[in-house]
Design a protein around this ligand. Structure first.
Ligand SMILES: [Zn+2]
Length: 285
């Protein structure tokens, strides 16, 4: 199978009561690991890259590499821009051949976020590409999501979510519900009350960012409330780099790059598989 839109993947996931894992990538080994894990588990998967990662790989090279890899597999694969910072960045990714883009205007006033997202939706939909939006800023775990929760900062307002979805025309969106990017200092307390209200008011597939470190029971509870895409990034990079560090330490003077990278890649496959199973998309391809 080849590359499909996130809308196709997420509509199916929502109807089937599971979520599709979205893993960031920025190199060959990382991408191979994600696809190997998904393929072995017969799971749909989304491979995404943020602007810095796209610049690092070169967008054309990334899309060509991923397309060539995905064509050989019998699973559907999404190719998605993560946290697109501007209209221009979304357009750049349409040109590269992405099948889904995120526009993140969550730091802007709601009216501006809606207007910019709507412009991205208009251009993307004209190319058959799906769009993810964001309401309520999803911060960094290092900043302390627990502190932000106390002030209700970083928690999306369900009424604003409803307006955002109706006026922008997005296919799915990420709402801040106490989740954050990076490593949580303590167990994140997701606001399931807010999530339930958002689901009731919007009805479209929801996206959960900052999946690293959220317990399986909470991920699965979120899936029952309409979460259909869950992003995992930090856990993969941490596993890769820790394994690489160990391999280098245990093999002093061995400069065979492939030999040094292989255990790290295998660790990533193992981690990706664990997370795919956690969110129940195995055997859903
Ligand atoms: Zn994110």
């Amino acid at each position: 199978m080849s590359i499909v839109t996130n809308k196709e993947l997420l509509d199916r996931a929502k109807a089937g009561h599971y979520a599709v894992a979205a893993f960031n990538t920025n190199n060959l080994e990382y991408t191979q690991a994600i696809l190997t894990a998904a393929s072995e588990l017969k799971s749909p998967v989304i491979i995404e890259a943020a602007k810095s990662e796209i610049d690092y790989m070169d967008g054309h090279v990334f899309v060509a590499m991923l397309t060539a890899m995905a064509e050989k597999l019998s699973i559907p694969v999404g190719i998605h821009l993560d946290h697109g910072p501007s209209y221009e960045e979304a357009i750049r990714c349409l040109n590269y051949g992405f099948r889904s883009v995120m526009y993140d205007g969550s730091a802007l006033p709601l009216d501006e976020n809606i207007a910019n997202t709507k412009a991205v939706v208009k251009a993307a939909h004209a190319c058959g590409v799906s769009v993810e939006g964001e309401v309520g800023v999803i911060g960094q775990a290092a900043d302390g999501p627990e502190g932000k929760q106390n002030g209700m900062i970083g928690i999306a307002d369900p009424v604003e979510c409803e307006r955002f979805v109706n006026e922008s025309g997005v296919d799915c969106f990420a709402a801040a519900i106490g989740n954050a990017h990076g490593i949580y200092k303590k167990k994140p307390e997701l606001r399931f009350d807010v999530l339930a209200e958002i689901e009731k008011r919007t009805g479209i597939p929801l996206v959960l960012h900052g999946g690293t470190g959220i317990p399986q029971e909470d991920l699965r509870k979120a899936i029952t409330m309409g979460v259909s895409k869950i992003n995992f990034s930090t856990v993969m990079r941490k596993g890769f780099l820790e394994t690489l560090a160990d391999t280098l330490k245990n093999n002093p003077g061995d400069w065979d790059l492939m030999k040094m990278l292989t255990p790290a890649k295998e660790k990533m496959i193992e981690i990706a598989k664990q997370h795919i199973i956690m969110i129940m998309s195995d055997n859903k391809a």
